[in-house]
Structure formats: structure tokens, C-alpha cells
Write a protein that binds this ligand. Sequence first.
Ligand SMILES: [Zn+2]
Length: 74
Amino acid sequence: MITHPVGSRLVRCPGCGSSCLYSTENPYRPFCSVRCKNNDFGAWASESFSVDAEAGLPDVDADLEPAAARTKPD
Ligand SMILES: [Zn+2]
């Protein structure tokens, strides 16, 4: 039977989604490893993270489209 120390619990690693120990024993919490921790920093600035956040964000694609792209200087 698996028991956990008081004050620790299993959480879902934001990096890879696997269960990892959230306690002082895990210096990379809530990540499972330093690799996932580093990956998450990059993911915030990349499109890979937008997969989860996409549903909660308003559609700003129209606003991001430069007006110059629609007009053709002649
Ligand atoms: Zn991970």
C-alpha cells in the first residue's frame, strides 16, 4: 500500500500531464522534473500552450491582422 507523507499530494504536471509529487521533496513542483519546468516557460510564449487557453480567450485574430495587409497601395 502506498502512503504519502503529511502535507504532500499528487498533482498533474503542467508540462507533461503526468502525476507528480507536490511536496518539499520535489524542488520542481508542481512540475515532475526540471525538464517540464523549463519547457513550461517556453510554452507560455509559444502556441503549444494556447491549446489549453484557446477556449478561454476571445477571438483576437481580427485585431491582430494588420490593416496594411487588406489595403493594396496602387
Ligand atoms: Zn512533467
